[in-house]
Design a protein. Structure first.
Length: 143
């Protein structure tokens, strides 16, 4: 990885600390799109890259994967940007729900063994069980 591609400062945005970050030109080359396309996607709210102190956009590996997914939807499958926004929101929601289910299953299996349980995010999975039982799960925001 070149010095241009490697982000030297620490970005405290959730889930993006100590990960390699790429400048907009590098990401544009990787995905074979014009940098202005990436700026347009950011303006539309489809992606929010990290910023350095000097306000330079820096993209993580996760951002690049999300952009590749976005480009595949628009370029290869013909989905318009409104559709892409809905699809990406639904995908994120499904991933959150999958994590909740895994935490809940882990909690239940550990309860059977009598061992103490801690979820990946440090919370007790019992919270998900209580929220599900009391009907406090977040409503699905479709649009």
């Amino acid at each position: 990885m070149t010095e241009r591609q490697q982000h030297r400062g620490g970005d405290e945005r959730a889930g993006k600390t100590s990960k390699p970050l790429y400048m907009i030109g590098v990401v544009a080359d990787m995905l074979n799109v014009h940098p202005q396309t990436l700026r347009f996607y950011e303006k539309k709210g489809l992606l929010t890259p990290s910023r350095t102190v000097g306000r330079t956009r820096m993209y993580s590996d996760e951002d690049v994967e999300e952009l590749a997914r976005l480009i595949r939807l628009t370029r290869d499958l013909g989905v318009n940007l409104a559709g892409v926004e809905i699809i990406l929101k639904m995908r994120r929601r499904m991933m959150d729900m999958q994590k909740q289910i895994e935490d809940l299953v882990g909690y239940l299996s550990e309860q059977d063994r009598g061992a103490p349980v801690v979820a990946r995010d440090g919370r007790e999975p019992r919270e998900a069980l209580v929220r599900a039982a009391s009907g406090q799960l977040r409503p699905l925001d479709l649009f």
